[in-house]
Structure formats: C-alpha cells, structure tokens
Write a protein that binds this ligand. Structure first.
Ligand SMILES: C[S@@+](CC[C@H](N)C(=O)[O-])C[C@H]1O[C@@H](n2cnc3c(N)ncnc32)[C@H](O)[C@@H]1O
Length: 371
C-alpha cells in the first residue's frame, strides 16, 4: 500500500481533468494553457525547433514546404516570423544550423517552383558572413511561442574542456517539459549534475521557485552562473531571503560530499543525464540517499544509452535503500505508462541522433512506503 502523501507523477500525466481540458478545447477550437502545444500551428512548431537549434523533423519540414506551395505569402511570413524574427536575430543560435535549415528549405522551394523571397536569401547571406564563437545559444519559447521562456549558452562542441557539462542534453529538456505538469508548490529544488542548467533554470522560471544548481566542474559552474544571469533570475547574493525566481550555484561533487556541511533546504531533488558512467553510480546514489532525508523525492531523467548502465543505476539505488516509486518513458512527444501513451508535445525540443527514450524515475526512501 502506498502512503497517500507519497509524491507521484503518473497521476499528473494521466490526469482526468487535463484530458477533459484537451477535449473541451478541441471542441471549442480554443488555444489555451495546457493544450496550446497540442494544437500549435506548423509555423510555431517550426519556430520552436529553430530557436532551440534542434534539427527540424522531416515531416515538419515537408509540412512547411506544403504550406509554401499552397500559400504564396507563407514563405515571406516565415521569414518575418522566424528567420528574421527579433528573438532569432538577437541570439547566437548556432549559425551552421540556421544556414543548413535555410539552404534545405530554399532548395525544396526551388524544386517545387515556389518563388523564394529575397528576405530568405538575404538572411542566408548574412548568416554565411557570421563567425561562430566558442559558445552558442538555445532559446526555448513560452507556450504561446511569442516570448522567450529561457535561454542557454552551451559550448559548440558536445565534449568540451574534458566535460559533458558544457552542452545541453536531451534528458534535461525532457525533465524541464515534465515540470509543466508538476504543481508549483515545490518551492526549493536542488539539481545534481546541472551542466548548462536547462532543467533547473527552466523550472525556476516556469514555477517561480528557488533552485540550487550543482556540479563539480569549475568551467560548468561558471557557465551556470552565466546562464542564471542570462535568464534574469535572482542570485542568493542579491537577495538571500527571496523564495521565488532565484537560482544559486553550488559546487557538489558526488564522490566527495560532506552532508554535515550541506545547508540547502530542499523539497525536491532533480537530475538529468547523470547515469552514464557506471563508476560514479554508487557515489551518486549515496548522495541521493543523504539528500532524500530532508526532501520529498528525487526525479531523475536518464537517456537509455545502454541497458547495463540503467541496470547498474537501479542496483545502486537498491543498495542505497532507495525505492523506485515510479518509472516511465518519454519519446516522440508522448509518455508511455504500461500499455498506454499520453501525448504531451514538448516546448523544449531536442534532437539527438541516438533516437532513444528518456526514462524518468521517481525515487524516494524506502520508509516512505507503509505496509
Ligand atoms: C551528461 S552531463 C548532463 C548535464 C545536464 N544535466 C543535462 O542533462 O544537460 C553530466 C553532468 O554531470 C556532471 N558530473 C559528472 N560527474 C560528477 C560528479 N562526480 N559530481 C557532480 N557532478 C558530476 C558533469 O559535470 C555534467 O554536468
């Protein structure tokens, strides 16, 4: 039997109420809140992928070309609303990515005898004259798609300065998206292995709460500070009494953690893509065990790269006397829970050549279950 106070995620995904909202809004043809991403236009989907420098899915690209064929003004509007949109031009979204998308689109339009607007060639020309720096930006948009929700600098190369933490990874985007379903009552969130800070920073912005972002690599810790400043979150040095919209960076090494010195109060622990090096998993699970003494649950998002590291993680959780209260997957815009799928398109798109799901764990200390 499960303690009714156990923190659970699956009911939030399955929520009857939210499904009713979907149905109602679909009937009314309204676009609002939760359902917005389910019903967004092809152009808005395209804009989300473009701003976050995620490869445009083939079908979406085909839909865009179709629209340009059908409507002579569509390509011009796409230039105004996406390629030359201020959100795009004022950020350093990977130039190589933008050039590739524009080149592909132009060649598809030409192959279909669609007149390519001059503004599209102009934008391509100016991008080709720009020099990529060592860091690029990913921009994630609000539900409505007209404003920036959060933005992040990351290193151009996935493995840079000997760490994986200077790049954004799929699991952090999927974890941020999951938090759109989690009520904002959890005010103090601690992230382990934050990397660029996508999950923690996006959650602080969406849920108006306090996050503590941790990592152990100095370059990663500096980048976290930069990304906090970029997102206009308060730091604890500015206002130590603030309990919302605040982000703090702390060094926390799983292999050298002194719990007696740890003073950050925490409601929930989060971590994304921290299960990849099996040699680190015993230390990571030990840190989870200690931190869970004072917080409700840990939500860990893992990329299923290989079965053995996932098994090893589950083994170490057991050794640390931690319970997997829930486990489910997210892939292609849907959660899989048992036999059922629950569609919930992401506003944090991420493209990976790996084509593998994100596994979510809800982890709690064993004594949270009462029999
Ligand atoms: C694959 S990256 C994931 C980064 C980020 N969570 C994301 O998903 O985009 C793994 C992160 O774990 C951090 N990490 C690795 N070993 C660690 C340790 N012993 N203590 C703390 N953090 C560590 C790395 O610095 C890196 O930021």
């Amino acid at each position: 039997m499960q303690d009714p106070n156990t923190f659970l995620l699956i009911p939030l995904i399955q929520s009857e109420r939210k499904r009713k909202i979907f149905t109602k809004c679909q009937e009314n043809g309204e676009l609002s809140g939760m359902v917005h991403s389910e019903k967004e236009t092809t152009e808005l989907q395209f804009k989300r992928f473009y701003c976050s420098a995620s490869k445009i899915p083939d079908q979406l690209m085909k839909d865009i070309v179709e629209q340009c064929i059908k409507d002579s003004e569509y390509a011009e509007n796409l230039c105004n609303n996406v390629f030359n949109n201020e959100i795009v031009t004022s950020h350093e979204i990977r130039y190589k990515f933008q050039i590739n998308v524009l080149k592909n689109l132009i060649s598809e339009l030409q192959a279909n005898n669609v007149v390519v607007p001059d503004s599209m060639f102009d934008r391509l020309g100016s991008l080709m004259g720009m020099k990529e720096g060592e860091y690029v930006e990913r921009v994630y948009l609000t539900d409505g798609g007209d404003k920036v929700l959060a933005k992040f600098s990351e290193a151009v190369n996935q493995l840079s300065m000997g760490t994986t933490g200077l790049s954004v990874w799929q699991a952090s985007c999927d974890l941020a998206n999951l938090f759109r379903l989690i009520p904002s009552e959890y005010n103090r969130i601690l992230e382990l292995g934050s990397g660029c800070g996508v999950s923690g920073i996006a959650i602080a912005k969406m849920n108006d709460c306090c996050v503590t972002l941790t990592d152990y690599d100095d370059n990663v810790l500096n980048l976290l500070e930069e990304n906090i400043a970029k997102n206009d979150l308060k730091s604890d040095t500015e206002d130590s009494s603030a309990n919302n919209n605040q982000a703090t960076v702390r060094s926390l090494n799983w292999c050298d953690f002194d719990f007696s010195e740890w003073k950050e109060p925490t409601d929930l622990i989060i971590a994304a893509d921290v299960v990849y090096d099996t040699a680190l998993l015993a230390s990571l699970c030990n840190v989870l065990n200690l931190l869970l003494r004072h917080s409700k649950a840990a939500i860990v998002a893992c990329t299923r790269r290989n079965e053995s590291s996932i098994e090893c993680f589950e083994h170490h959780l057991k050794m640390a006397k931690l319970e997997i209260v829930e486990k489910f997957e997210y892939e292609n815009g849907a959660y899989t829970i048992g036999e059922n799928s629950y569609h919930y398109a992401s506003i944090f798109p991420f493209f990976s050549t790996l084509k593998t799901p994100t596994i979510f764990y809800n982890i709690q200390p064993k004594n949270k279950l009462v029999f």
